[in-house]
Design a binder for this molecule. Structure first.
Ligand code: HXC
Length: 512
């Protein structure tokens, strides 16, 4: 055979992965192949494949094993919207995308290149886990990847899309990466599957219930995005990348922005007159940020906390906000961890933070205490204190108790703190405060209820406002709500060159 025909034949063989029949079976399950996914993800003609001809030459345990060029994973680099990105895409048609030693080596190779060249790594996961025929070398391959994931954490963005099975120890590579996206109905993640669960705990559960996209998007918070299909998943991947820089030394791409009238009158009427009436903080976000730029992360998990990316005057920011429309915006374990994790990502990758505050406090109760609201609430406090990116706060309404301190108060390093005139910044809500301070007086009053109402009204008048905090300089400016966007554009611009020198240390000890 002539030399170039030989090469063409090998390439054609590699392109087919596990062969036509298995490709058809993949399609029948409603899934795309590894190469089809890459075609959708990468800019046209930009993908350069590496290690296409790698095979599994281990003839020990696997003497009669069929050989496939590529060994179950397509790896390489290319561009996404013009930006260099490294990528691996597991090929389920080859031994169910299971991870052999050469398969792992291919992934490690592109991770090493990504680290050396400062660009994101995206993993498209679709795998039956460890290549069973291989034994311990497969486990070693996983551990090699986990180690690289950890070394790369905070240096380059790492994103995992789960587009098929991801089970057993294999889940821990995505878990270490910055973001996970899952596809509804065709992907699942769990440490042990339904059969093991049934044997050990006698629970009957389907794969979807145990570890499907909806489960992890709403119950566990393991996935940041649940996508309705693979196309949407790939769109989300591209959108996510548009807000983040290539590596920890760079800043995120800046988008074109035409300055205009930045007054937002809708904000003047957003906060209800009654302090206990809910409103949707996402409406405030939509008013403050560039049109349609808000990209919510962890949308269905701990909905009392909102996190996500947006742009202000064309520049990426990360938003951490209480959501008074859900559980009154209270801080609980999940909300704290959600906010903390997002904050740390933004800080690691030079994305300025905007914190919107309307929080009645931490959620009381045995469930919260026994599950560690102390340690978990401290994560948010630690993450916001530790962050050195520009940090702005807008208190729209309540900022009570410990939650005041935690939600990016001046004391933990916020650069500028704004408050609406409706803000209530105090140790606790009026009723709770009065019940404690004036207990005797209320109990002995001729009409305790009337006296209590008088005292609550008095407390509300004197303490439930932003002016005591403004007098101390804890609030830099009380602003008319319609001026919020203008103030934030100017403040983020003013903080563009912020530098903070941290005390010398190996690393901090966030309360895990
Ligand atoms: C080798 C595997 C494989 C594996 C699947 N295949 N998983 N080959 N090692 N782990 C092969 C099958 O033999 C089959 O080959 C092809 O992939 C497709 O598999 P099917 O079973 O036909 O597909 P499907 O019905 O869709 O089921 C997919 C599956 C199932 C749910 C993933 O295959 C499965 O349960 N596989 C085993 C999962 C597992 O136990 N893995 C090890 C976990 S331990 P042919 O030739 O027919 O196409 C682990 C530890 C990691 O992963 C630890 C890291 C620290």
């Amino acid at each position: 055979m002539d030399k170039s025909a030989e090469l063409q034949a090998k390439m054609a063989e590699a392109m087919l992965g596990g062969g036509e029949v298995r490709i058809a079976s993949q399609h029948k399950k409603g899934k795309l192949t590894a190469r089809e996914r890459l075609q959708l993800l990468m800019d046209e003609g930009s993908f350069e494949e590496l290690d296409m001809l790698v095979t599994n030459r281990n003839r020990g345990l696997t003497a009669d094993q069929e050989q496939f060029l590529g060994d179950g994973v397509v790896t390489g680099y290319g561009t996404i919207n013009g930006r260099l990105t490294y990528v691996f895409s597991q090929d389920f048609t080859v031994y169910g995308g299971s991870l052999s030693e050469p398969h792992a080596r291919k992934i490690c190779k592109i991770m090493d290149l990504a680290m050396e060249n400062g660009a994101p790594v995206i993993g498209l996961n679709d795998s039956g886990g460890a290549r069973i025929q291989e034994g311990v070398v497969s486990l070693g391959g996983y551990a090699d990847i986990f180690y690289r994931n950890t070394r790369a954490s905070g240096v380059i963005p790492q994103i995992s899309a789960i587009m098929g099975p991801c089970a057993g120890g294999a889940v821990y590579s995505p878990a270490i990466t910055d973001f996970i996206l899952m596809v509804e109905q065709t992907s699942y993640m769990f440490v042990t599957g339904p059969n093991v669960v049934k044997t050990v705990t006698h629970e009957e559960v389907t794969s979807e219930e145990l570890g499907g996209a909806q489960t992890h998007a709403s119950k566990s918070g393991v996935t940041h995005f649940a996508c309705s299909n693979e196309i949407e998943c790939i769109q989300y991947l591209k959108q996510l990348l548009s807000y983040i820089p290539q590596n920890c030394e760079e800043t995120a791409p800046v988008y074109a922005y035409e300055p205009g009238n930045e007054t937002r009158e809708a904000l003047n009427t957003l906060i209800p007159a009654h302090p206990n009436q809910p409103y949707d903080m996402k409406e405030a976000i939509a008013q403050i940020t560039d049109t349609d730029s808000f990209f919510e992360v962890h949308k269905n998990f701990a909905e009392n906390m909102i996190v996500g990316f947006a742009r202000i005057a064309g520049r990426s920011i990360g938003i951490v906000a209480n959501q008074p429309a859900h559980l009154a915006g209270v801080l609980d374990i999940h909300a704290s961890v959600k906010g903390a994790r997002f904050t740390r990502f933004c800080d690691a990758f030079n994305i300025p933070l905007l914190v919107l505050v309307d929080v009645p406090g931490f959620l009381p109760g045995t469930d919260q205490e026994w599950n560690g609201i102390i340690t978990n609430g401290a994560k948010l406090l630690y993450a916001l204190s530790e962050a050195t990116v520009p940090k702005l706060t807008v208190t729209t309404r309540k900022a009570y108790g410990g939650a005041y301190c935690v939600m990016n108060s001046k004391h933990i390093g916020a650069d500028l703190n704004f408050a609406f005139p409706q803000a209530e910044i105090a140790v606790m809500g009026a009723k709770g405060a009065v019940e404690i301070i004036f207990k005797k007086e209320i109990d002995t009053a001729p009409d305790p209820e009337v006296r209590m109402n008088e005292l609550v009204a008095d407390y509300q008048e004197r303490f439930a406002n932003p002016y005591l905090a403004a007098e101390k300089g804890y609030i830099d400016e009380v602003i008319p709500p319609d001026q919020t966007r203008i103030k934030l554009i100017k403040a983020f611009k003013m903080l563009e060159n912020k530098v903070v020198n941290m005390p010398r240390k190996k690393h901090g000890n966030i309360p895990l």
